[in-house]
Design a protein around this ligand. Structure first.
Ligand SMILES: [Zn+2]
Length: 281
């Protein structure tokens, strides 16, 4: 049998080497389109909107649990779909701090100080074939966006904003197109596929339990690996271009997204992607 003093010495030495558990914050920005079971516009702003809200709440709570399981000491959740008042605060894990409603002048309120960002329930950029509810900020007015000449959607923009704050995006969840876009923009990111997109409003959806189990596992894995994933830091100056749909060609969420030949094009250059986004024309 091992000498108890040797054993105790090894335990104490290990504990001293590891140091006290480190305190850190994770920021979860939650959209709705990529959440578990969401496939159609009626679920995100129509007659079945309660389904989208319950899907967000379930995915958020699963993700929050994963963050704490990975050692986070603070989790901030931004309700980030539409006007930002989708989830019922009473249904959200009380360990998380929930930010809802408009936050003028800042896209991600209280982001500073976080060690990791998670983009939960996201969607692919506008015009992505087979991307469930794919759009870039507004499917009614924005056809296309570019960041420094490269086609970009909300994932690339939000990764760049987090990067400006020195924070990596460690996990992105959504359909398979969302996951592919995340990997193309954020080297080393953990992608969490919740469904396979087959059209703008159609998908092969995972069973709820399977989707949530993936979110739990991948969140924990991603947060543990937060120091291996680099922030996406755009080298300035930044140029953001918007292609707007011409007036009169307004789309609705019920129509497949088809490119318009002559969109109105607006370009702005500045030192910060976040500022350019908030000051968008
Ligand atoms: Zn949304």
């Amino acid at each position: 049998m091992r000498d108890p003093w040797t054993w105790l010495g090894a335990v104490v030495a290990g504990w001293l080497a590891a140091g006290p558990a480190e305190a850190f914050k994770v920021y979860v920005f939650c959209d709705m389109e990529g959440c578990t079971g969401v496939t159609g516009s009626e679920q995100i702003m129509g007659s079945r909107a309660d389904e989208g809200k319950r899907a967000m709440e379930g995915d958020i709570n699963t993700c929050v649990t994963g963050c704490f399981a990975a050692g986070a000491t603070e989790v901030v959740v931004r309700d980030g779909h539409g006007g930002g008042t989708n989830v019922d605060p009473a249904r959200i894990d009380p360990r998380a701090r929930l930010i809802q409603g408009p936050t003028p002048g800042v896209r991600n309120k209280d982001l500073d100080g976080a060690e990791a960002v998670i983009l939960l329930g996201y969607h692919a950029m506008s015009l992505t074939p087979g991307g469930v509810l794919a759009h870039s900020y507004s499917s009614a007015s924005i056809q296309r966006m570019r960041l420094n000449g490269r086609e970009v959607g909300e994932i690339g923009i939000d990764a760049a904003i987090a990067g400006e704050h020195g924070i990596p995006v460690v996990m992105v969840s959504g359909d398979d197109k969302t996951c592919a876009e995340a990997k193309a923009w954020i080297p080393g990111v953990v992608a969490c596929q919740t469904k396979t997109g087959t059209g703008w409003q159609s998908a092969d959806v995972l069973p709820e339990a399977e989707s949530r189990a993936r979110i739990a596992r991948r969140t924990e894995d991603a947060v543990r690996r937060r120091k291996e994933i680099r922030p996406v830091v755009p080298s300035g100056p930044q140029t953001v271009e918007w292609e707007y749909l011409p007036k009169g060609s307004l789309r609705t969420h019920h129509v497949e997204f088809v490119p318009v030949a002559d969109p109105r094009r607006v370009e702005k250059t500045g030192p910060s992607v976040e500022r350019l986004l908030l000051d968008k024309p």
